[in-house]
Design a binder for this molecule. Structure first.
Ligand SMILES: *Cc1c(COP(=O)(O)O)cnc(C)c1O
Length: 389
């Protein structure tokens, strides 16, 4: 059955609602500095794929599934792209496109728990909120490690805490680019501590939601990938690459995922993913975005963002604002702003701190406007102060 429903069949009021919604979204997109989401994508050439019920159900590497309206081949290429960028062993990697880093982190922790059912999870206080929930879902004991002022894990506290629990396998959730400060936990240093304490049974998952995507291009290099000691790595696709649909990537060692693979005759594939039906459009968007950019394009995006972040930090400092950045970060941390600036620029705020994230679509003109807003708001606040007394 096909319906001939068109937008014109909506009531006038509903047609107007759609129009207003689009205007709101467009305006909100243009004043958007607080969240790590790229807005400069153009998928108009492949939009017509939305006309198909694409579903990537099952394992992307299992051929022979009876559900053929899928994009598994492109999904595998997306995984291969990141496996190479993350210096995975070409003979021993596996992964899939998830709904985002929250699911990717859940997957990493799931693999870790299957390997070490008696393990203990260690993560820092700056870890993304999804991790606490994931640990709860998986019912694994865990300990929160102190984080340093810059948001990076406190290695001394980590060492002391692990030492007290050294009879247990260690599952470490490292963050490469914390949500608030874009601080990067040093995976090699964490691994070194485990080695020093002679803990052979260990697993390191690296949450690189934003910064993992450009981690390979950071100079000087900061350790986060498979060669540096990670067992699995997650990133979000809608953050640095950009996608109209939130999505993520998990890359792990194939040998790890083989432990949990169970054959499912109903779909003729392996049940290796968290959800059954899986979004088949987001691998297509990611593949297209990566083809367009290539590795060099991705590097250029990072260098552009870094340049804007330096510009932003300097501009704020010149205006007398105590702004700072972690080394080579594209996130600029600043004291929290007035409510109206927070609303206008959609700034994520935590305690007395706020940040702006210089994603590849952010321009110098936007930074200028933002800094001007801050300077004006401070002048207004001073005038009010004078008036009151
Ligand atoms: C954004 C973010 C997440 C969650 O990613 P989603 O794709 O929104 O699920 C996890 N970890 C970190 C460090 C993040 O910044």
């Amino acid at each position: 059955m096909t319906t001939t429903f068109t937008k014109k069949d909506l009531t006038i009021a509903d047609q107007q609602r759609l129009q207003t919604l689009e205007q709101h979204i467009e305006l909100a997109r243009d004043y958007f500095l607080g969240y790590p989401v790229s807005k400069d994508f153009d998928f108009s050439e492949i939009n017509h794929f939305l006309n198909f019920p694409i579903n990537n159900i099952g394992d992307p590497y299992e051929q022979g599934s009876t559900y053929r309206v899928q994009t598994h081949e492109l999904e595998r290429e997306v995984i291969r792209f990141f496996a190479k960028l993350f210096r995975a062993n070409p003979q021993d990697y596996w992964g899939y496109v998830t709904n985002g880093s929250s699911e990717s982190n859940l997957y990493g922790l799931y693999l870790a728990r299957e390997m070490y059912p008696k393990g203990m999870v260690y993560y820092s206080g700056s870890t993304h909120y999804s991790v606490r929930k994931n640990i709860h879902l998986l019912n694994i004991p865990s300990i929160v490690i102190r984080s340093q002022d810059n948001g990076e894990i406190d290695y001394e506290d980590f060492e002391n805490t692990v030492r007290m629990n050294r009879h247990k396998p260690a599952i470490v959730l490292a963050t490469f680019g914390t949500t608030m400060h874009e601080a990067k936990d040093d995976v090699t240093r964490l691994k070194g501590i485990l080695k020093k304490l002679a803990i052979q049974d260990h697993y390191i998952h690296c949450d690189g939601a934003l910064a993992g995507t450009f981690g390979a291009f950071i100079e000087p290099r900061l350790p986060f990938d498979f060669k540096d000691g990670a067992d699995s790595i997650s990133i979000s696709g809608h953050k640095f690459v950009g996608s109209p649909i939130p999505c993520g990537v998990i890359v792990t060692k194939k040998s790890n995922r083989d432990r949990i693979a169970k054959g499912i005759s109903y779909i003729g594939s392996l049940d290796t993913t968290i959800t059954g039906s899986r979004n088949g459009h987001s691998p297509l968007f990611l593949w297209y975005g990566l083809k367009k950019m290539g590795e060099e394009g991705l590097r250029a995006r990072y260098l552009y963002s870094l340049d804007i972040a330096r510009y932003c930090e300097n501009k704020l400092k010149e205006a007398g604002i105590t702004a700072w950045r972690n080394p080579e970060a594209i996130t600029v941390v600043l004291p929290k702003t007035t409510e109206s600036i927070k609303q206008k620029w959609q700034l994520a705020t935590e305690g007395d701190m706020s940040h702006i994230i210089c994603m590849p679509n952010v321009t110098r003109a936007q930074i200028d406007e933002f800094v001007e807003d801050i300077v004006n708001s401070e002048e207004e606040a001073e005038e009010e102060f004078e008036f009151e007394f």
